[in-house]
Write a protein of this length. Structure first.
Ligand code: HEC
Length: 193
């Protein structure tokens, strides 16, 4: 196929798309299939994307003391810095994935970490909390995104101190969301007798 036939096909498709507008009754409106489809649950995003990416950033700067002395662990090679950058990019985009319409807390059968402990919420309870205050959930996700972008900036400057500070900011962003939506106990504390 030459690029000319390609162009003809593309133009043809565009013309057809135009026709669709006039013949609405015959051609169904584009199905939801064309848009983004949330597949993983929030639970899965936490375990597969958010947590590993944050660990990569947190683990990149550390002071390790052992028998052989104190070892300042920090990114040194271009490869080290690229790993941290990749994690920061993944984390900043994960924040968008978290707030996608239709993203559920957990799929049937998925057991969240604390489930079963006295007073710990089930996925259904966390879902209710999020559905009841999507604005706060989105604000926390935006906070995580901002902190992750700061991590990207620290990497661009190869600024180890900034990377360490930003690691703290990321932790604060994680915990802010967890404290409102995940950690609060579901049963009121029993009055002391
Ligand atoms: C916008 C809200 C939000 C932000 C921000 C957020 N989380 Fe979560 N996270 C949740 C919710 C809700 C749950 C509880 C339900 C679940 O387990 O998925 C959770 C659960 C988890 C879990 C437990 C998963 C399990 O086994 O059930 C881990 C680990 C986790 N988050 C890590 C992180 C880390 C690390 C960060 C920051 C880098 C972070 N989260 C930021 C909402 C958030």
């Amino acid at each position: 196929m030459t690029w000319r036939t390609m162009t003809a096909i593309i133009l043809g498709a565009a013309a057809l798309a135009g026709c669709g507008q006039q013949a609405k009754t015959e051609a169904p409106a584009p199905a939801a299939g064309g848009g983004p489809k949330p597949l993983a649950s929030i639970h899965e995003l936490m375990l597969s994307v958010v947590d590993p990416a944050a660990d990569e950033i947190w683990g990149s700067v550390a002071t390790v003391s052992n028998a052989s002395g104190v070892n300042e662990h920090r990114p040194r090679t271009d490869e080290d810095w690229a790993k941290v950058r990749n994690a920061a990019i993944a984390l900043s985009e994960a924040a968008n994935l978290l707030v996608m319409d239709g993203r559920v807390v957990a799929h049937p059968g998925q057991r969240i970490d604390s489930e079963g402990q006295p007073g710990a919420p089930t996925g259904a309870i966390i879902q209710k909390r999020i559905d009841g205050d999507r604005a706060s959930f989105a604000a926390y996700a935006a906070g995580l995104q901002a902190a992750s972008m700061e991590a990207v900036a620290a990497v661009e400057k190869k600024d180890v101190a900034a990377l360490e500070t930003v690691g703290g900011d990321i932790d604060v962003a994680c915990e802010a969301c967890h404290e409102q939506f995940w950690y609060p106990p579901t049963e009121p504390a029993k009055p002391k007798s």
